[in-house]
Design a protein around this ligand. Sequence first.
Ligand code: DAH
Length: 350
Amino acid sequence: MSTLLEQLDQLEQDALATLHNASTSEALQAWHTHYFGSKRTKGALEAMLGLLSSLDKAERPAFGKRANEVKQRLLEAFEARKAQVKEAELAAELASGQLDVTLPGRPPTMGRLHPTTLTHRRIIAIFKRMGFEVYRSPEVETDEMNFGLLNMPEHHPARDMWDTFYTTRSGVILRTHTSPGQIRVMREWGENGTRPLRVILPGMVYRYEQVTARSESQFTQIEGLVIGRNITMADLKGVFAEFARHMFGSAGQIRFRGSYFPFTEPSVEIDVYLGTDTPRARMLTKGTGWLEISGAGMVHPTVLRNGGYDPEEWSGFAFGMGPERQAMRVHGINDIRYFWQNDLRFLEQF
Ligand code: DAH
């Protein structure tokens, strides 16, 4: 009897001593498993209780009572130690400086506007100051709007100026230019050909073309349309001189070169004079002093009529320009494919 009780005392002492020295969560867990066992192993305390049967009946109650005391004592000591260790571990973690709660937060990376969006906004802002409204028209168009109503009936040779993406729906295409918006805005905002118009029509266009450094199968255009009772080529000239002053900071000198578009008569290409004084001007104009910026002309009577206006009473001018081409010149971009490849190394430069 005395030996078993002594062994129990010894176990208690040993257990308390090792518990005192356990200073990590892992050591505590190991201690607990050693004395109280786990799912698969018997603990040291339980093993000792198993020896109960080897005692005389008379000695058993005293031993059992003592064993219970030891168990309670150890469990209480364990909980107390566990709380201490946890606190110490937290304090150590904070002291090690890995978490500095005073550090400012990580700033989110800001997106940027696409160079085309930036160019569009600049151009649109300039025209808005001259009283233009913005009209948006669809990218999926009818053949009729894109060609027919713009004075290019079926089989008209001028259709070859635009290589077209057709859809599986007959008569439905991707617009090859923003000009069909002219018909739509005349019909929608023209109040049956009674209201003067000053609108700008920006948007994406599509061409079935070999993609190279100089030509893409998608790009944007900015179309303009002015309709009134006494609109002449002089108005077109004035508007573009003003535009050139704001867009390029030029003196506002422009020139018209004769051209051909089925929906205008007469038709012109517009160049703006930037001079050759500065390296930038020489770069933009390839040394000639002139930068080509737009196709334009007086709206063809047939187109006016298709928009609901009487060409005997009303006249107008229209123009269409390519913002990417202008952005390429302004920013020295030598490959048009960069615009729609979504390569961040390119886009982040703007
Ligand atoms: N739509 C023409 C093109 O894509 C550009 C253009 C030229 C538009 C003359 C016009 C215009 O409104 O008057 O090539």
